[in-house]
Design a protein. Structure first.
Length: 321
């Protein structure tokens, strides 16, 4: 890395990292994470784990969505409504998906739009939302202990995670690629033998490096942390979902995303295993957004410039439970 390149780009990544503070609600007390299950929302963590022949299969919506402001009595949604805001775990340094705008201070991106759809369905107001900044490794613990209602953070659906949490239906299909210096001849992880490749701790991207024993895996708490290491010459490449790497490349004119996707990364919104009624509700919200065009509008706003024209929204798969 040249001396000319380093200070400017590392400073930019540092600005993003410095912005990862909690939201305006950070000092408010958390309500109890325990929500009593209803007849329509059985607690079934064991069943969730057992039914993972298809990890994309989620819980089907039940009937029409209730009107905003009129959540069913005793439901997880009513508990959220009574609190006055939806609490969502997000990234604040993943450009295009969830990143803090350095001018407005607001966290924004495609994942944030998905969370705002849920807040709007509960309250009739998408701004009734508290965004809590999490690392990839903090996502599952925050759902398990009830610190957040929902995680919208480029979270890949897989059977292992179904053993700990529940997922919505798939809302986006990403794929893992590699970011390398401009001018590199590498087009995949297979071309990086003996080189240091960074991915966030707790991510499926880091897990995938186990399949490439010739590379040297390096972890950081976030993708922005990987970008800092890359710009300082501490790692030779970064691996992650194409959505995430597109955001990193947009911050660094000396980097490029190369090759074809070598994994399939279906994103889902994560929830606590006991909140089956919330999962059904969220699936109804996502289905409605895909049908009325709001999903495509969100894609066009955040991802189209980097990834091209909007694909067909993922077809939801139901049947769990």
């Amino acid at each position: 890395m040249s001396a000319r390149r380093g200070p400017v780009l590392v400073a930019l990544a540092g600005l993003l990292l410095a912005g990862c503070s909690a939201s305006a609600y950070e000092d408010t007390p958390l309500p109890s994470p325990t929500t009593a299950p209803t007849a329509d929302a059985p607690s079934a963590p064991a069943a969730a784990a057992a039914q993972c022949a298809d990890p994309l299969a989620s819980y089907a919506p039940q009937g029409a969505l209730p009107a905003a402001g009129a959540m069913p009595a005793g439901s997880t949604m009513e508990t959220i409504a009574q609190r006055g805001r939806l609490i969502v775990g997000v990234s604040a340094d993943t450009l295009l998906l969830g990143a803090r705008n350095p001018i407005s201070g607001q966290i924004e991106g495609f994942d944030i739009e998905m969370a705002r759809l849920v807040a709007e369905a509960i309250f009739g107001d998408p701004s009734r939302i508290e965004l809590r900044v999490l690392t990839a490794a903090q996502r599952i613990p925050a759902l398990e202990d009830g610190s957040v209602d929902l995680v919208a953070r480029a979270m890949t659906i897989n059977c292992t995670r179904w053993e700990q949490i529940a997922f919505s239906a798939e809302y986006y299909r990403a794929g893992q690629k590699v970011l390398v210096p401009l001018g590199s001849t590498a087009t995949s992880l297979a071309d990086l033998a003996g080189q240091r490749v960074c991915a966030p701790a707790g991510s499926t991207s880091l897990d995938t490096l186990e399949d490439f024993p010739d590379v040297v895996p390096v972890s950081a708490s976030t993708h922005s942390g990987c970008l800092v290491l890359f710009q300082e010459g501490e790692v030779d490449a970064i691996t992650g979902d194409d959505t995430v790497l597109a955001g990193l490349a947009a911050q660094d004119p000396y980097a490029q995303v190369v090759g074809d996707a070598f994994t399939s990364e279906p994103y889902g919104l994560g929830m606590n295993q006991d909140d089956v009624d919330l999962v059904r509700f969220v699936n109804g919200v996502l289905a409605q957004a895909e049908a009325d065009g709001r999903w495509t509008q969100a894609y066009d706003r955040w991802l189209a410039d980097a990834l091209g024209a909007a694909p067909v929204a993922p077809t939801p798969v139901y049947g769990r439970g």
